[in-house]
Design a protein around this ligand. Structure first.
Ligand code: 9MR
Length: 682
């Protein structure tokens, strides 16, 4: 294999597990700054202010069906490869994928079936759902033998700028694996120490077990407090990272194992009252079919019964096709006004234990949703720019699904798969595929003449547990097989793809990830090459956040794109996510960075635009940011699309900051009018 010697600073040296390697421009221009001044970091693993930057879904992320993603908790660390590749290959054709494949290709048993259950909307085609199968992820789960083998060693990440001889990595005091009986409360205290005495190391956890609390003790330590119940019996891992007080990207990661055992007397486990989930208040349109998925949950693992105390007239109640905890209520509101319902879940073992919730559906007339002026997609088409939104997973199973689908189709000519193509959803277990959500979205887009933007083939998040537990040496093939299978299915229907998402850290260095630790930076090149092979005509993008305005991350992006171009990697453009706040004003920097990317002969897509309204900020400020950034796109010939990350605040991942162009009741905000006006101007 022929390798190009890239500028030294782009080359990846040493063991990728133990080093965070900077990009050339970052090192040269920015001195490998470790600052992280992001305004809005949509990714999870921020070192500086752990805990404050977690993505806030506002409940928008989960599908209402019983098709949750796989575990995203860290898996069993595998032995690092001897020396990960340090060069990006140049114009090297990829070797054929192995035959037989490493994991089985999607088969007939993965094919979606026609949906039998009720849905809110979609008249143009038959909806499909995933086949009803048991998808328990036991692949590679931990055994007693793993637990008995003793604690895992620390993993230390050392940036180039740190000399371990003069600055020692943080250590954890008295941290061990633990055992607990279900029903008992467990407290694990994490005490990080800086051996140099330069201060108290920062701490951030990976994934916190459901029902556990991770608390700050305000003395430099944090605690994990957890009372596991029956469903949690087994062995799991909890990973925590300490950051050096002087160099925050100098990190020590420890993974502890927690063994949850069943007590000899199960009645010692507290029986918690059930709760009513999935459903909340909604605004709907008169005469639309409404379906409401209502889930009765019990943390003890039993299935509660559900009573709907005052259902709307003519409502039908249907069990869910595969999840016994979900009940589907369907009705068509024939008059405007409010509908209020009381929902009561009753414990299966003790019928005095109940949980309840009252929900209100506001039924408005058709006129209440009419918007003045021309639709955004008509205006955008006249400007030769695509206008897009990210579509909610399973929108057709939400109470307001009909309204959602109609407004989205009226306003946008491009739609991004917000969650429906993420790996944990599509391929939760080796050889098992769930295509229904994406199939439905693609069919809907076709029927409404929208192009689809595929998001995202490769990311460090929303990965199923099984892929994180695979040996490093196998990951390149797993990655290529996944890309190929998704593109084989959708390559003809989806013309634009985010091939690699968020490979850079805030300081412009490569992010430690399932992919980077196995292949070094060459995973990016390999992913693009595979994508080109599998979908030769698609537009292939690298997508990231906090790269539109100046800073080490933008420098890192530019260095990365230049290196990819130099290496002949088939990349066609950059997706600028742009999750901003309403006080944003760095437009000159954005225009400059757009131009730099355009000068590299790359297209520009504004992929995940939204503008949070923080304390003291106004909808007018928000509208101004929408207008200014749209202007930058219209003024830049290489800018092909302006895409917002959703369109109604109701389903925004940052719902509490109302970042989108319509409010929770589908009423237009000043930001909508600003886009309309700007698109109408010359
Ligand atoms: O909006 C998405 C949210 O519903 C998901 O729960 C979340 C899961 O990680 O991902 C959100 O979308 C992210 C996108 O895939 C990549 N860029 C950042 C977006 C916001 O977190």
């Amino acid at each position: 294999m022929m390798n190009l010697s890239l500028p030294a600073s782009f080359r990846l040296g040493g063991n990728a597990i133990h080093r965070v390697i900077g990009l050339c421009l970052v090192l040269i221009l920015a001195g490998c700054s470790s600052s992280s001044s992001s305004s809005d970091n949509p990714a999870e693993d921020m070192p500086v202010n752990p805990g404050t930057q977690m993505p806030d879904d506002g409940g928008a992320g989960d599908p209402p069906t019983a098709e949750p993603g796989g575990s995203t908790s860290g898996g069993t660390p595998t032995a690092p490869l001897e020396e990960p590749s340090t060069d990006v290959p140049v114009n090297v054709p990829l070797a054929p994928l192995p035959n037989p494949p490493l994991t089985p290709a999607p088969g007939a048993d993965s094919e979606p079936v026609r949906a039998s259950g009720p849905v809110s909307t979609v008249r143009e085609f038959f909806l499909v759902r995933n086949p009803d199968r048991n998808l328990d992820d036991t692949f590679g789960t931990l055994t007693d033998a793993d637990f008995d083998a003793g604690p895992l060693p620390a993993v230390i990440q050392t940036p180039d700028s740190v000399n371990p001889l003069t600055n020692a990595a943080p250590v954890f005091e008295n941290l061990n694996d633990v055992e607990v009986f279900a029903g008992q409360e467990l407290t694990v205290v994490f005490k990080p120490i800086d051996p140099d005495g330069a201060g108290i190391p920062g701490l951030f956890p990976n994934a916190i077990p459901a029902g556990a609390r991770y608390v700050d003790n305000f003395n430099g330590t944090r605690s994990l407090i957890w009372r596991p119940l029956q469903p949690q019996v087994g062995i799991r891992e909890f990973t925590i990272t300490a950051t050096d007080p002087v160099a925050p990207f100098y990190r020590t990661q420890r993974t502890i194992r927690i063994k949850v055992k069943m007590p000899s007397d199960p009645s010692t486990i507290v029986n918690l009252p059930p709760v009513v989930n999935l459903i909340r208040d909604h605004t709907v349109r008169v005469n639309d079919p409404v379906v409401a998925y209502i889930k009765a949950d019990d943390q003890n693992g039993t299935v509660p019964s559900l009573e709907i105390l005052n259902p709307p007239p003519g409502a039908t109640i249907t069990p869910h096709y595969s999840d016994p905890k979900i009940t589907i209520l369907s009705f068509v509101p024939r008059t405007t006004g409010d509908i209020e319902m009381r929902l009561l879940a009753r414990d299966a073992d003790d019928d005095t234990l109940t949980g309840s919730r009252t929900v209100k559906f506001e039924v408005l007339s058709e006129q209440a949703f009419q918007r003045p002026g021309a639709r955004l997609r008509e205006l955008a088409a006249a400007r030769d720019v695509l206008i897009g939104y990210a579509s909610l997973l399973g929108f057709y199973e939400r109470p307001d699904g009909a309204l959602y689908a109609d407004i989205a189709a009226e306003e946008f000519n491009l739609v991004t798969t917000e969650n429906s193509l993420k790996w944990d959803l599509v391929n939760p277990l080796p050889g098992q595929y769930r295509w229904a959500q994406a199939d439905n979205l693609v069919a809907h887009a076709k029927a409404r003449r929208q192009a689809v933007h595929g998001h995202t083939l490769l990311w460090h998040r929303q990965l199923p547990g099984w892929i994180q537990r695979t040996p490093l040496a196998d990951r390149e093939i797993h990655m290529r097989e996944f890309i190929d299978r998704v593109l084989q299915r959708y390559g003809n229907d989806i013309p634009i793809w985010d091939v690699v998402n968020e490979a850079l850290e805030e300081d412009g260095t490569f992010r430690q990830s399932t992919w980077f630790e196995a292949m070094g930076a060459s995973f990016i090149d390999i992913a693009f090459r595979q994508a080109r092979l599998s979908a030769p005509n698609a537009t292939l993008l690298y997508n990231d956040y906090d790269v539109s305005f100046d800073g080490p991350k933008a420098d890192g992006l530019i260095a990365l794109m230049q290196s990819l171009k130099d290496a002949g990697t088939p990349v066609d453009g950059v997706g600028f996510q742009m999750h901003l706040d309403a006080d944003f004003d760095r437009y000159d920097e954005v225009a400059g960075n757009f131009q730099t990317i355009a000068d590299m002969d790359l297209d520009i897509y504004i992929t995940e635009f939204d503008v949070s309204i923080r304390a003291g900020q106004t909808e007018e400020q928000q509208a101004d940011v929408y207008e200014q950034v749209l202007s930058l796109c219209l003024d830049q010939p290489r800018c092909k699309a302006f895409q917002t990350w959703g369109f109604t605040d109701m389903y925004s991942w940052r719902r509490q900051f109302n970042p989108l162009i319509m409010d929770n009741r589908y009423q237009v905000k000043p930001a909508y009018t600003a886009l309309q006006q700007r698109l109408s101007e010359n």
